[in-house]
Design a protein around this ligand. Structure first.
Ligand code: PMP
Length: 351
């Protein structure tokens, strides 16, 4: 640490992402990536953009991709903001809508980037303990002084709120922004995008990293009232006016245009999730009900950290969080059926 670091930088403990081993033999079930490649149309579009467009700067307004997203979600393009992964959109949203000194709320078990951003941007926060079954206590999110943010489905639990429950939190904070992080929404949750025209304080953030297999391309987006979107653009244009590059624009557009592929892949993952949940339950695991592409599981006779380590020795990577309340759980990303069978087989030997 240097004495020249600002106090907010000193306070900030950076986010630690899951391991990204280089070994291709690893069964990688630790960072909620999609086990299937992106649509072949994405690869074609990126190749074409690489040979024809890279000479030129991207269009700063990202108009074409915003239009594609707007059509898909039946909103106006002024209601769409695009960033370099939803992590960036989240960061911009903290800067744009949460006032330093006012306390925001998010659940105690949630995406670990939120406290990082809160510290970095001087946002005070209060964590709301989740219920025993990991569901969210809805009413505890009403009347938050500085606003609310939570993922739906939540991570790393996978538990989802219904649209009515989400709406009641939005309603419960009429004068503050409520941000719904829908990174995993396509695996079975109900999206709040359909509410954005009714609530000026609602911002919904999604990503192409999970259901569209594009974690490596880094594209995320927000949908909300056009004034919220204008706020995000103001932040972007204040220091990072191009944001996503021409390859990302081309790939993202192609991904949205191949709905048949998207539907096929997400259904396959949901199906594999349900089968995996069943197999793990049969082995005696407590499996948290999940609407995401991962399962949070624990076993009464198995130490979770040890299970994580032993699976890793077998080249199967899952995620272990050394955090209160989930210390006895591991999070398992849903991979291909064969990968999950291997996981089950190895796990059987370890319990
Ligand atoms: N929100 C949640 C809840 C996540 O789990 C993730 C992925 N780690 C993200 C946002 C960020 O995804 P990306 O930046 O790849 O869009």
């Amino acid at each position: 640490m240097s004495k020249f670091w600002s106090s907010r930088l000193q306070r900030t403990e950076p986010y630690v992402p899951g391991e990204q081993p280089n070994d291709t033999n690893v069964i990688k079930l630790n960072t909620n990536e999609n086990p299937y490649p992106p649509s072949p149309e994405v690869q074609k579009a990126i190749q074409q953009a690489a040979s024809e467009d890279l000479r030129l700067y991207p269009t700063p307004t990202l108009q074409e991709l915003r239009q594609t997203i707007a059509e898909k979600f039946q909103v106006h393009q002024d209601q769409v903001f695009i960033g370099n992964g939803s992590d960036e959109v989240l960061a911009f949203s903290f800067m744009a809508f949460f006032e330093p000194g006012e306390t925001i709320r998010f659940p105690d078990i949630t995406y670990s980037f939120y406290p990082v951003y809160a510290k970095l941007f001087n946002t005070d926060y209060k964590v709301i303990p989740v219920n025993e079954d990991f569901s969210l206590p809805i009413e505890s999110f009403y009347d938050a002084e500085g606003g609310v943010i939570f993922p739906n489905p939540n991570a790393p639990t996978g538990r989802a709120l219904s649209l009515l429950e989400v709406e009641s939190i939005v309603n419960g904070n009429p004068n503050k922004v409520v941000i719904i992080d829908e990174a995993y929404i396509d695996f079975g949750g109900q999206s709040a995008v359909q509410l954005v025209n009714r609530y000026e304080n609602l911002l919904v953030i999604q990503t192409l990293s999970k259901s569209r297999s594009l974690a490596g391309l880094r594209v995320g987006f927000a949908i909300g009232n056009s004034q919220l979107i204008e706020g995000l653009n103001r932040i972007k244009n204040s220091f990072n006016s191009y944001t996503i590059d021409r390859l990302a624009i081309a790939g993202a557009k192609a991904a949205f245009e191949d709905e048949a592929y998207f539907e096929k892949v997400r259904k396959r993952i949901i199906d594999t999730r349900e089968k995996t949940a069943e197999s793990l339950s049969t082995l005696g695991f407590d499996v948290v009900e999940s609407k995401a592409n991962f399962l949070l599981v624990s076993h009464p006779q198995v130490d979770a950290e040890q299970l994580y380590t032993q699976l890793k020795e077998q080249n199967i990577y899952v995620r272990y969080f050394n955090k209160p309340r989930i210390q006895q759980y591991v999070r398992i990303t849903i991979g291909k059926p064969g990968e999950m069978e291997k996981l089950i087989k190895e796990t059987k030997h370890l319990i």
